[in-house]
Design a binder for this molecule. Sequence first.
Ligand code: SGN
Ligand code: CA
Length: 534
Amino acid sequence: ACLALVLTGLAPGTAASAAAQPAAERKRPNIIYIMSDDHAQTAISAYGTEIGRLAPTPNIDRIAKNGALFLNSYVTNSLCGPSRATMLTGQFSHMHGFTQNGQRYDNSQWNWVRALGRSGYRTALFGKWHLNYSPEGAGIGDWAVLDDQGKYYNPDIITPGGRSVVEGYATDIVTDRSIAWLEANAGSDQPFALLIHHKAPHRNFMPAIRHVQKYLGKEFPVPTNYFDHYDGRPAAAAQEMNIYRDMYEGHDLKMTLEEGTDELRFNPWTDDFKRMTPQQRAAYFGALQDSNDAMNAANMTEREMAIWKYQRYMSEYLGTVAAVDDSVGRVLDWLEATGEADNTILVYTSDQGFYLGEHGWFDKRFMYEESMRTPFLMQYPGHIAAGSRIEAPIQNVDYAPTFLDYAGLPVRDSIQGRSLRALFGGSIPDEWRKDIYYHYYEYPGFHSVRAHYGVKSGRYKLMRFYGDIDAWEFYDLESDPGEMHNRIDDPKMQRTIARLKATLVDLRRQYHDSDGPAVTDPLTASAKGKRDAQ
Ligand code: SGN
Ligand code: CA
């Protein structure tokens, strides 16, 4: 703590802070934090899923082999901006103040990257930032970020020197810059913390040219609830993120108008394709032409078309994952080749999960499992046993305290998570959290998902949607893993529901969340009337 205080006055990465480091300081581990955007756990083969079997991620899986795979990893709010702010601050959305995309994140507030920089780490971030225009003022040493959501092809890149268009594919550009930074900083006495933030596999799902055909024509298993009717779940019924109803056929799925033409169907945002070079465009759409022609020639029923769209979605989404997996492989190879692996903590995660057709959906936001979960894999040879599988529930508030802990810095009181180091001893400490608290805010907003909060407690989940809908939902995940049967009115469940409500009251108090209606507030008269009438 003393050392941290002494060094806080120094700018990160200066020669002065390097010189000020005693020998013990040099032993602090490097940190490489790799975060993709919207990567579902189900699309990682280490998680043992059917999609993973068909579209393996061998390099991401190396992390699980070298270290730990977290089987119950969750976010606090399944949306990009809030999740990134949580990752940086170790706080729930209502505490760091960035509850919805589009808000202004206060870059001056405390974050762990700046804290490590001040204590002698060299720090850098490459890729998607998505909190305001740039990380200026967030105290990150070196950075180059994609503009806002970022583009897959020839993206605009913002650096301290300004903005420019960089030709190439975003995942590869971000990887090249990250490796170049590692090369340039290798061999220094200072430890480093590098954040690699991919745009992929975020919408609008555009693989690198080398991967456009990788999964084309492969049949992925259609989720059993793909044609969900949302009975008993008014908020689920009211969303606008259905693959066969809301996806843009031209823009998202790259479907053509008719056989023999490359003219796209509905494509409201033309920039993504316009900014490609003619060669990139020809290669990309050329690779899809036969598949598009066959689709247009076939006389499909509505249901067949819905399934075709699911397969095209999988092909495009998983195609973007392939380049992320290549990227992870390059970073691991670099670590192994340079001998830095043993002194480096490496994390792979995503800013949240994603629906791959479950309930008929793409996107995230809901507290249902597929988007509330996020992948989390971590290696630190010699400190985390190879092949560990960790069952303890973790949340993205735990990342900041984990990095502080390993960097030998005190965990601040403002942090609402806890260091994951406690989980690497082979058992779950008694005092480890049992319950996961969640709160989503962005409504009205893109995809029309109502605000809701809730708790996941072991096999049970309770949530309350509020705003222009007022509805509770309750699931037993053991008998209903797809969250299809809302049992909020089931007489057999009332005692369990009461227990979870009490837990929810406690969690909201513990985390200081008073946003939304109080748990004890009764349903609004109109919501109750609707339910009684059912
Ligand atoms: C974009 C996407 C949406 C997505 C939001 C938030 N549309 O607006 O589908 O929900 O980002 O995503 S897009 O076609 O313009 O990409 S987040 O990951 O940034 O939270
Ligand atoms: Ca995201």
